[in-house]
Design a protein around this ligand. Structure first.
Ligand code: URA
Length: 249
């Protein structure tokens, strides 16, 4: 890798967005080879110079990895667990880079999870401003009326405020007679990423989520990726995610 603007290097290391990195530089929190740098245009070759932010050396990872994992239930979507429970990284033993999941899926939720070591892309995709759509299939119990579906679409009040409008539709039964037993299948698309949001949204309308699966993230789906398996994203898919996150490659 050649010379890059300092703010780009800092954001690619996953420390902050480019804008926040610019602020850090202006505030005098960034040093190159021991010299404080406050010039925003400064270009540096990270392979040749020691870049320090808030007193910590930031190491540039040269090789970016972008994976789409079909997370099974019963594994945590954190990089590490201090109680030694199974994490999504245990499903990727051959990946040597220090990768992280883009956002979280609950332990009990399965489905599409992006994994990368591209901190800048991760920050961009998680930023609420870019409104990346995520689609879930839920199996719920509790009487699911048209009025409840309409409420979910409009937004419901949660502890942390109203949810943004969502796309919601009831799906056909998987087994005959489910509905008469009070089991409903729902597809819900949201673009926020609050903690346990889908489960809390259904709880707010009196339904209980019994199973939850993320089936789509932006245009990416689980097609061709069995549960517990993963695939590498194509260049086209990576470029699409960059555009969505408001970044240029
Ligand atoms: N909403 C939830 O409730 N859980 C998830 O894992 C993801 C979205």
């Amino acid at each position: 890798m050649g010379e890059e603007r300092l703010q780009k290097i800092i954001s690619q290391a996953g420390i902050a967005s480019r804008r926040a990195a610019e602020k850090m530089i202006l505030e005098g929190r960034v040093a190159v080879d021991g010299q404080c740098v406050r010039e925003l245009g400064t270009k540096v070759n990270p392979a040749e110079h020691a870049i320090v932010v808030d007193g910590k050396v930031i190491t540039q990872q040269e090789h970016h990895v972008y994976l789409l994992l079909n997370k099974p239930k019963g594994c945590l979507s954190t990089a590490k667990d201090d109680r030694g429970r199974r994490t999504v990284l245990d499903l990727l033993p051959e990946v040597r880079e220090r990768v992280y999941p883009v956002g979280r899926l609950d332990n009990n939720t399965e489905g599409l999870l992006l994994i990368t070591n591209d901190g800048e892309l991760m920050n961009g995709l998680l930023h609420p401003r870019f409104e990346v759509e995520k689609t879930y299939h839920a199996r719920v119990t509790g009487r699911l009326t048209q009025a409840k579906l309409a409420k979910l679409r409009q937004g419901v009040m949660l502890e942390d405020g109203m949810t943004a409008p969502a796309k919601v539709r009831e799906l056909p039964e998987v087994e005959q007679g489910e509905r008469s037993k009070g089991i409903f299948r729902v597809e819900i698309t949201i673009h926020e990423g609050r903690n346990r949001q889908v489960r809390r949204m259904f709880a707010a309308v009196g339904c209980d989520v019994k199973a939850l699966k993320r089936v789509r993230f932006a245009q990416l789906t689980l097609i061709g990726v069995p549960r517990g398996h993963h695939r590498v994203l194509t260049d086209e898919e990576i470029n699409m995610l960059y555009r969505l996150a408001g970044l240029t490659k």
